[in-house]
Design a protein around this ligand. Structure first.
Ligand code: AMP
Ligand code: MG
Length: 409
């Protein structure tokens, strides 16, 4: 283990981490499983949607040329030669002077080039009368109006959302090529930790932050596995990292990454001979952070402190996972928001303030709970914004406009 950068900027940290992340190999999955997954190939429409010109109304298909002389006081009467329900192909082409009764979604027959709605006609027996001229294409949905064969409907790197599922189904894509989901293992280090279902003994706390971090990782598309609690010791931590790395694409550890504790994590990583990319980032909270690569697997070691861990995860873990899942937009977008409450401290380093997004009179606000603290989990509930105060920012008044990462739109 050689020299490595210490106390890097956020941009340097991101660059070092992303160098070691790549989209995972592709896999084929059923459309039913595709929600939230990321397309690994461009999807080109093999056919038109709709596949044929169709009627958007119940009415009569006709030839526009037959209606040129139609007027409210001088209707044009056409002979109805066929009825075309949805799901049925027309049996004949229309000739001049003819019409076909047509229902919503049914194919417009050859020879017809317009549709009149039922309510705009008089009809009796096998004849229908119209009272206005129609132009070619009127009330006809052309084939390919929605999607044209040969067009790219979604590019590789696109997250499959609800509507895209519908589009893909419309095109007959029963299976899709997506990037494999990253396998993320979470190791919780700390002698003080007990599992969620254990009774507390003096000095112990429950391993709470792992549930939050696993959930955020899953929201980035990862498949998570909780590795459990590892005591504060170089050897057990090294063993856990080594075992977890062998079957994961990324390993997240918590605890033991801060100045006082760092020796132990550092000794564990030295035992492993892992390649340390950097230690500490100039962000607050979340400065205590180590990024390592061990046998090709990225290891992100976060502070034990829940809000520090989540801040560093949002800034560095989220882009890493987004790159692995194959997204093109790795870094969450920033939006302008106003601070709902003042922020009393000045910020010598880049400062991140998590909060809820709330709309007040149509304006986006970042809302923090009244009580804030680095070790606190409760202020993070409902958080979807990470406010950004650049290094050197003074205390901020309420209503100040700042930028915020919009984490989970
Ligand atoms: P450390 O990063 O190990 O110095 O821990 C910083 C603080 O976070 C300490 O108060 C720990 O008890 C607490 N902590 C560590 N791990 C967890 C965890 N998994 N869940 C909740 N709190 C934790
Ligand atoms: Mg600790």
């Amino acid at each position: 283990m050689g020299e490595y950068p210490v106390s890097v900027s956020l941009d340097e940290a991101l660059a070092l981490i992303l160098q070691h992340c790549a989209p995972l190999p592709r896999e084929r999955i059923a459309l039913e499983q595709a929600e939230g997954r990321v397309l690994a190939v461009d999807v080109v429409a093999p056919e038109d949607i709709p596949p044929f010109p169709r009627s958007p109304y119940d009415g009569y298909a006709l030839c526009a040329a037959d209606t040129v002389s139609a007027a409210p006081d001088k209707g044009v009467t056409l002979r109805v030669v066929e009825e075309i329900p949805a799901g049925h192909a027309p049996e004949r082409a229309l000739q001049a002077g003819q019409a076909a009764k047509i229902l919503t979604g049914a194919p417009v027959p050859a020879g017809a080039d317009a549709v009149v709605k039922f309510e705009d006609t008089d009809f009796a027996g096998d004849s229908v009368t119209v009272y206005t001229p129609f132009h070619v294409g009127e009330n006809v949905v052309p084939a390919g109006e929605d999607i044209r064969a040969g067009n790219t409907v979604a590019e590789a790197g696109t997250v499959v959302d609800s509507a895209l599922l519908g589009v893909l189904a419309g095109l007959g894509c029963a299976e899709l090529e997506v990037f494999r989901a990253p396998r993320a293992a979470l190791i919780s280090t700390g002698d003080e930790l007990v599992p969620v279902d254990a009774a507390l003994a003096p000095g112990k706390i429950r391993n709470s932050s792992v549930y939050m971090l696993m959930s955020y990782a899953r929201r980035c598309g990862a498949v998570t596995r909780q590795w459990g609690i590892v005591p504060d010791g170089a050897k057990p931590i090294a063993d856990a990292i080594s075992a977890a790395a062998a079957c994961s694409d990324v390993v997240l550890t918590t605890g033991g990454a801060s100045v006082g504790d760092y020796d132990m994590l550092c000794r564990a990583l030295t035992l492993l001979g892992a390649d340390i990319l950097f230690w500490k980032v100039r962000i607050k909270p979340g400065a205590a952070f180590v990024a390592t690569v061990y046998e090709g697997t990225l290891i992100l070691s976060l502070s034990g402190n829940p809000s520090a861990a989540v801040t560093a995860f949002f800034l560095l873990g989220v882009p890493a996972l987004r790159r692995m899942v194959g997204r093109r937009d790795e870094i969450p977008q920033r939006v302008k928001v106003r601070l709902a409450r003042p922020f009393a401290k000045s910020s010598p380093n880049l400062r991140l303030i998590p909060g809820r997004l709330e709309l007040r009179n149509g304006m986006a606000y970042l809302v923090q709970t009244e009580r804030q603290g680095n070790g606190m989990l409760h202020p993070l509930v409902g958080c979807s914004l990470l406010g950004v105060l650049p290094a050197g920012s003074p205390p901020m008044a309420a209503e100040s406009e700042i930028e915020a990462y919009w984490l989970f739109p």
